[in-house]
Ligand binder design. Sequence first.
Ligand code: FES
Ligand code: FES
Length: 157
Amino acid sequence: MNVNFSVNGEAASVDVEPDTPLLWIIRDHLGLTGTKFGCGMAMCGACTVHLDGARTFSCQIQARSLEGRDITTIEGLSPEGPEGDVHPIQRAWIDEQVPQCGFCQPGQMMAALDLLNRNPSPTREEIVVHMNSNLCRCGTYPRIVKAIQAAAEEMQA
Ligand code: FES
Ligand code: FES
């Protein structure tokens, strides 16, 4: 089937099987490899993107439900790349030196941004509860909390 949608503000069109996961479309058809495959079972959050402004596991969304939808991936946070304006979430991740292996971190940042978009000043407990959706085998959870608190302050300044 042919499906038309937008990714990071740009129109996109792909011809795929109706049950093709959004994660495959993002990575294999559009070449946006920042979004990661972890479990494929809605259990890890590595594949987190925003769909119509809310976080979602892209491994669980099929092509048949994408027509006209609006998708944001980690690449959409800083369209100019590292040489341009870096999103406050990514700046906080750098400043707090959050990543270890880094594999889970794009999904972590997309989940964090979803929280701050809806709750600009979350408590520590609200951060921990919200981020329960995203696993990190390297155990960077304390630094993720600090980075979200720092990003929240910067985004409100
Ligand atoms: S790859 Fe989608 S939740 Fe793990
Ligand atoms: S930084 Fe390695 S899995 Fe999270």
